[in-house]
Design a protein around this ligand. Structure first.
Ligand SMILES: Nc1nc2c(ncn2[C@@H]2O[C@H](COP(=O)(O)OP(=O)(O)O)[C@@H](O)[C@H]2O)c(=O)[nH]1
Ligand SMILES: [Mg+2]
Length: 324
């Protein structure tokens, strides 16, 4: 059953790809097994894209930027897949759909694939699936994969851990943007783009670019061998999009040459193995009947300060291991 699906994906069948992503996102155990088998079969066909994370505060213009960049790239002969991660959608509802309707042209572009991921209950749940979806898109022949995430700290780290290059969008103006530095997000950026550099805001945007060029000098770069760049753009008017892509190509060339890209991906894959192992083990432990019946009393004792957390943890693990 899986074999034909794998074949269809390799042939670039979009419906097969969409179906496979749904399989990967499913929480059903049998779907999980099929997904794992599918990924194993498709593994030799992955790895050939450039994986780009795009982040920034809500309203900064991420979706507009991806729409603009995506259509530019398909015009250059690329095949572009967009995976939208939106951990806030579980709360606010419908924000992902709002995003998708904004990528109006890209959504119907035959050389693009836009997939808003339904938000899971946990951040980890969303991004775990996103990584596998990314591999599926690669197997389907997409050579540029863009992962969009809203600026809420944790999700940026997660997306940074699954992409080659991390783009951070800012709006013109100093005040609130400097929060990016405070929140430690700036350290993740390989390319900072000050968006909305148009109309009244053009000169403010230029000032913001200089401010960040200055600030970034004192910051540890995300990627060894790469100095983060700061540019302006207008996603709405399509200004600075080609330049942004030129930086991406430069990044890829420099890091491929040095071997750092391969190293980065290898480290990401290894970290992923352990993250998956930890998540699966924890889920198994929590589902264990003897453990789950012990949890309420242990949690209460820890909350009340009657039991050291480390002792409670040992007891949970002991119960899990001995099976009673
Ligand atoms: N003036 C201007 N407005 C923009 C630009 N890019 C996005 N916007 C507007 O900013 C708002 C939020 O854009 P959106 O792409 O949904 O932001 P997201 O929340 O970061 O995905 C929309 O009203 C866009 O039209 C730009 O380059 N210039
Ligand atoms: Mg958006």
């Amino acid at each position: 059953m899986i074999q034909p699906l794998a074949q269809q994906i390799i042939e670039g069948d979009r419906r097969a790809l969409a179906k496979a992503i749904t399989l990967v996102e499913s929480t059903r155990a049998d779907h999980g097994e099929q997904a794992v088998q599918l990924l194993a079969e498709l593994m030799p066909h992955t790895g050939k894209s450039i994986r780009i994370g795009v982040s920034g505060a809500p309203g900064v213009g991420k979706s507009t930027f991806i729409e603009s960049l995506g259509n530019y790239l398909t015009g250059q002969g690329h095949q572009v897949a967009v995976l939208a991660v939106d951990p806030t959608s579980a709360v606010s509802g419908g924000s992902i759909l709002g995003d998708k309707t904004r990528m109006e042209a890209l959504s119907v572009n035959p050389k693009a694939f836009v997939r808003p991921s339904p938000a899971g209950t946990t951040l980890g749940g969303v991004t775990r699936r996103t990584r596998e979806s990314l591999l599926l898109c690669e197997a389907a022949g997409y050579d540029v994969i863009i992962v969009e995430t809203v600026g809420v700290g944790q999700s940026e780290t997660a997306v940074s851990d699954m992409t080659d290059m991390f783009l951070l969008l800012l709006s013109p103006g100093g005040g609130d943007d400097l929060q990016g530095i405070k929140r430690g997000i700036m350290e993740l950026a390989d390319l900072v783009l000050v968006n909305k550099a148009d109309g009244d805001q053009a000169s403010i945007a230029n000032q913001t670019v200089s401010d960040y060029r200055g600030a970034l000098q004192f910051m540890q770069a995300r990627t060894p061998g790469w100095t983060p760049k700061v540019n302006s753009c207008s996603a709405l008017e399509g200004q600075g999009i080609a330049q942004a892509w030129a930086v991406v190509e430069d990044f890829r060339a420099v890091l491929t040459e040095s071997g750092e890209l391969e190293g980065l991906r290898a480290r990401q894959a290894k970290a992923w193995m352990w993250a998956e192992t930890a998540a699966e083990l924890l889920a198994d432990l929590r589902n264990h009947p003897a453990v789950s019946s012990l949890v309420p009393e242990l949690e209460a004792a820890v909350l009340a300060g009657e039991l050291p957390a480390i002792v409670a943890a040992q007891r949970l693990i002991e119960t899990y291991k001995t099976g009673q």
